[in-house]
Each structure stands twice: as structure tokens, then as C-alpha cells.
Design a protein around this ligand. Structure first.
Ligand code: BV8
Length: 252
């Protein structure tokens, strides 16, 4: 059932929310869109306009052009540093406190959920604020990066052929199995699944809400547009997450 932005939340949806003990949430880049962080598929700007983000966010792209890929992440880190979590992130942090079990699973790498006070957060695709060695995947400290900022990307202190790379999951790379298992379990055992700001195109993340639906649990999809998951949702709240998530939080 599609609910438009000017409509109220249906009684049945509020009943599903207030009677739930365990809630699982999956967020995508759309939740950060209102903070001014472009979603992954938004047209790339400037230097990167002629590059496909899928190529830039891949091991092949990095090994072919490490400087270009490193620059792209530096640009995204600066963008994120200039913006802040929005009302949608803050609403999720409030919702987390109202349930016995509330599992927040995100595809986003901006760390905004934690900044807004959500804890813990299952970061399926890593976090752009952390940097690791391209060979050993060990963390690289910020002051090492500052001392070696003359090289783009900086070399790694952990391996002679290592380079600094963002601690994110690139296309073609495996997700952390433990994080993924926790996300799958949360979806399978929840009483209500909320999906916000994702196109549902990227796997295995997009498969997580399916587990809740297969277990016969109600699902809410929050997205201005129809996504790959809207057809599976009991309620498609059409509109921005910064509008709908605060409404959910204040309906409790
Ligand atoms: C994997 C980190 C196993 C990086 C990201 C070939 C080889 C290997 C794998 C594959 C392959 N072909 C396909 C695959 C699977 C592949 C995949 O899913 N491809 C798709 C695209 C076809 N997946 C993988 O590779 C994954 N690994 O499968 O490993 C494996 C390994 C080896 C060999 C075989 C198998 C790894 C996927 C993780 C990739 N990393 N991020 C970085 O960020 O730089 S994913 C990246 O895309 C972001 O995390 C983002 O969340 C995600 C989706 O992009 P977006 O479109 O921007 O965001 P989203 O989809 O969330 O859409 C935005 C939505 O928001 C829209 O619907 C819009 O309407 C809505 N919206 C807009 N404004 C608002 C809003 N909603 C609410 N409010 C608003 N205001």
C-alpha cells in the first residue's frame, strides 16, 4: 500500500510498530541524501563525471588508477565532513531506544548513524573514515596519512607493496561474514522490518529484507520512488526519509 507524503500513517502500520519487540532496519544512501551526500548513482561531479562509480569502487579500479580512486574518496570524505546527519538519522537514534531489540543495518559508509547517536550499527559496506593497508587490511593511523600526504595514495606502513585504501567493501569484494550473519539473523527474527533510502539493487544487502518478508513479517519501505523492494512492502511510505522517519518516531 502506497502512502503519500501528505497522508497520515495507517492505523495498521502504527499497530505493527507499537506491538513490535524486535525491529530490524536497513538503510541506504537515500537516508544521507538530505544531508547533502549524493547517492551512489547520482551523477558524479567534476573529475569523476566520466567514471562509473562501480569502477571507482572496485579493486580493479584501485589497482588500475590508485591515485584517481584515492582522490575520489578524499573528495567524498570532505563532502561528508562539511555536512551532518539529518532528521532521519536522529529519528532512527530515538527509535533505537524504544525497542527491546533494534538492529540498525546500513549500506552507507558515512558514519552518520553513529554521529546521530545510533549504537551499535551494522556497517555492511565499511566506513569511509577508516583507512587500511591494501595488502594486509590492517588499519592505518590518521597521523601516518598526514605525514605521507605528499603521495596519493600514501604508502602503507604495514607492507612494502601496500597502499592506503578506504576501509569499505568494494564491488566484487566479500562483506564481513559476521556482520552479514548478524544482519540476516535480525531480519529473520524481527517483528517488523523497516527499509529506508535504498534502491535495493546492491546485493547481498538487498536480500536482507526478503528474509523478514519470507518469515511473514510486515515491512515498511521508505523511498520517494519505487525501489526493487517496494513491491514486497506492506506499506511504501512515498517520500523522503527525513519526513517519514520522524513521523514513525513520534507515533510511539
Ligand atoms: C559481493 C561501499 C560476493 C563503497 C558499496 C560481479 C562480481 C562480483 C559481485 C557482483 C558482480 N555482479 C554483481 C555482483 C554483486 C554486486 C552487486 O550487487 N552489484 C549490483 C550493483 C548489480 N555486489 C557486490 O559486489 C558485493 N560483494 O557480492 O561479494 C562476491 C565476491 C566476488 C565474486 C562474486 C561474488 C559488494 C557490494 C558493496 C559495494 N559497495 N559501498 C563505496 O561506497 O564507495 S555499495 C554502494 O551502493 C553504497 O553503499 C550504496 O548504499 C549502494 C547503493 O547505491 P545507491 O543507489 O547510491 O544507494 P541506494 O541503492 O541505496 O539508492 C538510493 C535510494 O535512495 C534510491 O532508491 C532513491 O530513490 C532513494 N532516495 C533518494 N533520496 C531519498 C531516498 N530515499 C529516502 N529519502 C530520500 N531523501
Amino acid at each position: 500500500m502506497r502512502i503519500d507524503r501528505d497522508q497520515d500513517l495507517p492505523e495498521a502500520l502504527i499497530a505493527a510498530l507499537t506491538s513490535a519487540d524486535r525491529v530490524a532496519v536497513l538503510t541506504g544512501a537515500g537516508v544521507s541524501a538530505e544531508s547533502g551526500v549524493p547517492t551512489f548513482r547520482d551523477a558524479q561531479t567534476g573529475l569523476w563525471a566520466r567514471h562509473d562509480p562501480m569502477t571507482l569502487a572496485s579493486p580493479e579500479g584501485f589497482s588500475r588508477q590508485p591515485d584517481l580512486v584515492w582522490d575520489w574518496y578524499q573528495h567524498r570524505r570532505r563532502l561528508i565532513a562539511e555536512t551532518a546527519p539529518n532528521a532521519g538519522h536522529h529519528a532512527l537514534a530515538r527509535l533505537q531506544k524504544r525497542f527491546e531489540q533494534f538492529t540498525l543495518i546500513t549500506q552507507n559508509v558515512d558514519g552518520f548513524h553513529q554521529l546521530a547517536g545510533s549504537e551499535p550499527v551494522l556497517e555492511l559496506h565499511g566506513n569511509i573514515q577508516r583507512t587500511i593497508c591494501s595488502q594486509t587490511r590492517q588499519l592505518i593511523a590518521p597521523d601516518w596519512l598526514d605525514q605521507h600526504s605528499d603521495q596519493q595514495p600514501p604508502p602503507s606502513p604495514h607492507h612494502p607493496e601496500g597502499l592506503a585504501r578506504p576501509d569499505v567493501v568494494w564491488f566484487g569484494e566479500m562483506l564481513d561474514p559476521e556482520t552479514l550473519d548478524q544482519a540476516f539473523a535480525a531480519a529473520e527474527h524481527c517483528d517488523l522490518m523497516i527499509v529506508a533510502g535504498t534502491s535495493g539493487l546492491v546485493h547481498p544487502a538487498a536480500g536482507i529484507p526478503l528474509l523478514a518478508v519470507r518469515a511473514g513479517k510486515p515491512m515498511i519501505d521508505i523511498n520517494p520512488d519505487r525501489s526493487e523492494l517496494s513491491g514486497l512492502a506492506d506499506w511504501h511510505l512515498a517520500g523522503p526519509s527525513a519526513h517519514w522517519l520522524p513521523k514513525l518516531a513520534s507515533s510511539l
